[in-house]
Design a protein around this ligand. Structure first.
Ligand code: NFE
Ligand code: MG
Length: 564
């Protein structure tokens, strides 16, 4: 039998993702890959029987990385089921909080969780600080780029290395020949890794101002719990609003001066990664960022739709309520369905019944002809009846915006491709996915002042309402109700489906972006996004499978979300 390469865990944080890659006879090329979520959590079960107004506080604990998105999806699901309309200020505050989450999360993912797949920390020790400074200044106006600054950063790094361990940088594949950056570029990136750590402390304060804390800020069905009162010390007042504005500026500066130029500079050395790692070629967005109200998708910054087989000229509509469109399969997952394992279920009728049939840990290899994951396999059925695995997330959103003629997106994409001298097809790749994440961070950060200004304009016009209480009392609810709360989370389309009976949660099902990506094969044997993207990768050294890390990390895997 040919060799199988196993990486477990492949994620630097947030859960346990195991990749098993079946190599060809020569042992160099991945023939087929298997993605396994090796932990289970059961938050959907914990939610049953509870008051729907409390659901967000439990659902939000699905993840500590995308710290607020499950709270938002949850309050939106309850609002959809019970016909609450949050007031415009609440919507704008939510937009600002979601956007801050994106900027925070994408920057941290790039530097802390993905950059070291491209950046050789040990090589940075050989950089010349003066040449590093010249290179940095040629890339950006970021003020921290003097020879002295880089000499200091290098001293810090040398200190780690001399202690006999690289601390937070331990256990990399340093010296692997697939690392292509010159020492000076490596030193810039490692310095920005450390800068990003300090920067995020300030960024997190936006959530503490608008939601009381970070991670896991507070929400409220029907609005936001943050009161606006310019004359109160304990509400959102002029001082706090000014602070929010300063944080938005801090975020945008870091994106413009550090994240975007670093991405472009690093990408220039890795253009071969613009030709591999695509995977499915199918993309889906649910849409998000309403300018005014929840029920007006025409005002969404990110539109919704499905792209099949890279065809940007045909965008399919999607209906999250249609029983036959989105379904989850468990044919290869450790769950049972009462109607049998090969049937898909729409989330309103979804079931979460654990049924582990895998080997007893620790094990060498999974039997991937049987069930092999705690992640379910969501699929979308198109108008012609065919069932598709799809990619969600930054690349899907950038493609959707591009296809819809969104001007800033088209300008950014065209500029990036021109700078890197790459064709449009380059987007469908590992590099394209990582670059799309950077570009959408800029897009969303740049949209924040608009939502901020709209909020200020409302307040100035005398509207300080942040909560709509008219449907608060369960006596006003129907006996039975169901609803879907959807959003664009940093890793992609996220939705929670809720069924309410007699004022309590009768069923609650979440499908996270990483569920779409990490799921195993479905009843028809179709691979999920991670599995498809790895096929054909050539490993320079199967003992140091850096190539697998690059493509899997380009999706920003989060198994806490995927299994929930
Ligand atoms: Ni835990 Fe999250 C969600 C995922 S969004 S990180 O939902 O997947 O970035
Ligand atoms: Mg689920």
């Amino acid at each position: 039998m040919s060799h199988r390469v196993v990486i477990d865990p492949i994620t630097r944080i947030e859960g346990h993702l195991r990749i098993e890659a079946q190599m060809d006879k020569a042992g160099k090329t991945i023939q087929s890959a298997y993605s396994s979520g090796t932990m289970v959590r059961g938050i959907e079960m914990i939610l049953r029987g509870r008051d729907p107004r409390d659901a967000w506080a439990f659902a939000q604990r699905i993840c500590g990385v995308c710290t607020l998105v499950h709270g938002i999806a949850s309050v939106r699901a309850v609002e959809d089921a019970l016909s609450y309309t949050p007031p415009p200020n609440a919507q704008l505050i939510r937009n600002l909080m979601i956007a801050a989450q994106y900027v925070h999360d994408h920057v941290m993912h790039f530097y802390l969780l993905h950059a070291l797949d491209w950046v050789d920390v040990v090589s940075a020790l050989n950089a010349n600080p003066k040449e590093t400074s010249e290179l940095a200044q040629s890339l950006s106006h970021y003020p921290k780029s003097s020879p002295g600054y880089f000499a200091d950063m290098q001293r810090k790094l040398k200190h780690f290395a001399q202690e006999g361990q690289l601390g937070i940088f331990a256990q990399g594949y340093w010296g692997h020949p697939a690392y292509k950056l010159p020492p000076e570029a490596n030193l810039i990136a490692v310095s920005h890794y450390l800068e990003a750590l300090a920067w995020q402390r300030e960024v997190a304060k936006l959530h503490t101002i608008l939601g009381g804390k970070n991670p896991h800020p507070n929400f409220l069905v029907g609005g936001v719990p943050c009161a606006i009162d310019l004359n109160s010390d304990s509400a959102l007042n002029a001082k706090r609003l000014a602070q929010v504005q300063d944080i938005i500026t801090l975020m945008r500066d870091f994106v413009d001066q550090v994240y975007v130029p670093d991405t472009l500079a690093i990408a220039g050395f890795y253009k071969d990664w613009a030709r591999q790692g695509e995977g499915l070629g199918n993309f889906m967005t649910y849409g998000d960022f309403p300018e005014m109200g929840r029920d007006d998708p025409s005002s969404f910054l990110v539109p919704s739709g499905v792209i099949l087989n890279r065809d940007l000229n045909n965008i399919y509509d999607l209906d999250l309520n249609a029983a036959d469109q989105i379904q989850e399969y468990v044919s290869r997952s450790w769950y049972n369905y009462s109607s049998g394992k090969d049937k898909g279920l729409h989330p309103y009728d979804g079931e979460t019944e654990l049924s582990y049939t895998g080997p007893t840990p620790p094990y060498k290899q999974l039997d991937t002809d049987k069930e092999y994951s705690w992640v379910k396999s969501p699929r979308w059925k198109g108008p012609d009846g065919s069932i598709h695995a799809v990619e969600v997330g930054p690349l899907a959103r950038v493609l959707m915006l591009y296809a819809n003629g969104h001007e800033q997106t088209q300008d950014m994409v065209d500029y990036t491709l021109k700078t890197l001298e790459l064709p449009i097809d380059a987007l469908f790749s590992t590099l394209g996915r990582t670059a799309a994440r950077t570009l959408e961070t800029k897009l969303i950060a740049d949209a924040m002042p608009m939502w901020y200004d709209n909020l200020i304009a409302n307040i100035k016009a005398g509207d300080t309402k942040t909560f709509n209480e008219e449907r608060w009392e369960p006596s006003t609810w129907p006996k039975q109700a169901k609803g879907v709360g959807y959003m664009e989370a940093p890793r992609g389309a996220l939705a929670h489906w809720i069924v309410i009976e007699d004022g309590k949660i009768a069923n609650y099902q979440a499908v996270a972006p990483s569920t779409w990506h990490a799921g195993p094969r479905d009843a028809n044997g179709q691979a999920g996004a991670y599995e498809a993207a790895l096929k054909g990768h050539v490993l320079h050294d199967p003992k140091q499978p850096l190539e697998v890390l690059r493509t899997i990390h380009s999706f920003a895997p989060c198994l806490a979300c995927a299994v929930h």
